[in-house]
Design a protein around this ligand. Sequence first.
Ligand code: GRG
Length: 281
Amino acid sequence: MQTRERMRRYAQLTDQRLEQILSDAGVSETLTASMRYSVFAGGKRLRPALCLGACAMLGGDETDALPAACAVELIHTYSLIHDDLPSLDNDDMRRGKPSNHMAFGEANAIIAGDGLQALAFRTLSVIEKPRVFAAVAAGAYDMVVGQSLDLAADGDMARFDAIHRLKTGALIKAGVLAGALCADADEQALSALTAFSEQYGLLFQVTDDILDVEGDAKALGKSVGKDETERKLTSVRRLGLDGAKRCAREAAERACAALEPFGVDAGFFRDLIDITLHRHA
Ligand code: GRG
């Protein structure tokens, strides 16, 4: 199956399970509506694809990894809702639509994020593999640590690498490792996938920074040029546009190299690296 087709199938499987999770989410109409609004706002479902892809690559049954894939996407969505809040990034648009607090008000947006995080862990608890739970919990917590370091850094580049490794990379790594652990990955595979996901996370963040300079707001579904206006800590500010592009290429090469132990079975991940390196959205 071609990679794009496989990504569509993974997104479909994820959406179906997310639909079920949100249907069982309880009786508050406002909470359900606001959580639903952001979960089904048109995200790329990249983290679920990484999770299901890792499980499949190691010979597991993808459906065993679906709860983990959904949990990671729920955590990702909560982080975007909270990141857009006026007290954090103050973004009016997300995934091409008014951000959650613009649609539901700030208090409801905070609660929607809280609800999604709780649902993520409720969803994960059906997997009887403590290491899967631990991998996702570590990713969720590291992401928050990254956000906190970013706030404290106040534009100072000193902790740049740590901030982005934690803020963006940790949840990507969590998705990959959780998927692998659902397939009972051995330590050697986990170590190679840790190296892959760290480089892939860097690639993803750097291409995001490049798109904020060169990308199209409509295709991205969010404002562009904000990083520079707000003097944010980005790889473009640190390395210049050409330097950031070189950094992305090098991260892609290192991510590919980390996949060597998996041989031809890693074709899906190799294509994802290529798609990410050349992405427009
Ligand atoms: C508020 C606790 C808390 C954490 C926020 C992840 C994060 C930390 C903030 C989100 C903003 C940001 C710049 C994240 C970097 C990662 C990134 C580019 C996220 C967007 O991910 P995509 O492109 O989004 O996969 P879609 O919409 O496709 O799911």
